[in-house]
Design a protein around this ligand. Sequence first.
Ligand SMILES: NC(=O)c1ccc[n+]([C@@H]2O[C@H](COP(=O)([O-])OP(=O)(O)OC[C@H]3O[C@@H](n4cnc5c(N)ncnc54)[C@H](O)[C@@H]3O)[C@@H](O)[C@H]2O)c1
Ligand SMILES: CC(C)[C@H](C(=O)O)[C@@H](O)C(=O)O
Ligand SMILES: [Mg+2]
Length: 351
Amino acid sequence: MMIACLPGDGIGPEIMAEALRVLAALDLGIETAIADVGGAAYKAHGHPLPPETLELARTSDAVLFGAVGDPECDNLERHLRPEQAILGLRSALGLFANLRPATMFKGLEDMSALKPEVASAIDLLIVRELNGDVYFGEKAQRVLEDGRRQGYDFMSYAEDEVRRIAHVAFRAAQGRKGKLCSVDKANVLETSQLWRDVVIEVAAEYPDVELSHMYVDNAAMQLVRNPGQFDVVVTGNLFGDILSDQASMCVGSIGLLASAALGERQTASGTFGLYEPIHGSAPDIAGQDKANPMAMILSLAMLLRHSLGLEEAAVRVEKAVSQALADGITGADLGGSAGTTEVGDAVLARL
Ligand SMILES: NC(=O)c1ccc[n+]([C@@H]2O[C@H](COP(=O)([O-])OP(=O)(O)OC[C@H]3O[C@@H](n4cnc5c(N)ncnc54)[C@H](O)[C@@H]3O)[C@@H](O)[C@H]2O)c1
Ligand SMILES: CC(C)[C@H](C(=O)O)[C@@H](O)C(=O)O
Ligand SMILES: [Mg+2]
């Protein structure tokens, strides 16, 4: 089994190093291969997603991804910016289903941006569509006849794109508490009306799942008012991006939330996927040993589970993370003083 490791930019390499220490300690005999991606790849090879990196990802059993984004690249033409690497990987590899779990960790209730009694009920999964929406529609800037500049991004979903993510979400709900909330903006957007219609059609195949619908503005409010009401949330690419960052602060830090991006391709023992923290390259704290590596380490656990079929190893990693957090080993993002490596040490000691 081979994992392609793409550390990327900013804190990416720092948190990747901790995840790889955990993987080595598990001693599972898994091969790893490291490649450049993002701003680092642009600087070394002139492109944020060099063909060799994409090929490595394609031929691996799973991809472990750090983060991309570099302020020095923010003024490049869009197709050369670091962020195009992650969008390119998701799209080229057909990774349409993004699982972003958010669960309250014991001992962190006081670190949530919410009241502890509200936060302690959080145990939800955001299923975010990852290959469509306004992210991948035609986009450009142009000058109108009257001389004003205009920017536009075309938002759309085709019914098959909605149907396949709906199936993923319904199945996820069946494996959890049997509740699915579809989040859209059907009161304004035709894209969302189609989304809602298709989700309702798919629901007929899952009579055991309780389906509800919520407008995204209300969902953002409900997520802080009463996050315990959510089990599985299914939504489009843009809404899912925003709601998952919000969910992270409900559990205490964006440095805690892992994710899996899955497609249809099967590996020898699971589903091929790309695994990454939901956060970015955090240039403001890069190189300072301040990054929380837990989201990256938990992404490794998701990889072991979904792509390699190593459930026991995944649980071992998750338990070690929970134990380290319960023992109060946290960095500045969670009110503690431990550095990135120290947090990694704490996980290793509890494996
Ligand atoms: N998937 C990705 O690679 C990804 C995701 C989001 C943003 N980005 C990119 O990252 C760059 C920075 O974006 P941003 O600042 O909006 O978002 P960000 O997630 O990088 O950072 C937001 C804030 O959260 C903090 N933070 C993030 N991760 C942390 C961690 N592990 N531990 C402690 N604190 C952490 C940062 O210090 C910052 O204050 C941009 O170039 C953006 O495009 C990439
Ligand atoms: C970097 C960016 C393209 C990316 C997204 O918007 O999907 C990020 O915010 C994420 O959540 O993974
Ligand atoms: Mg995001």
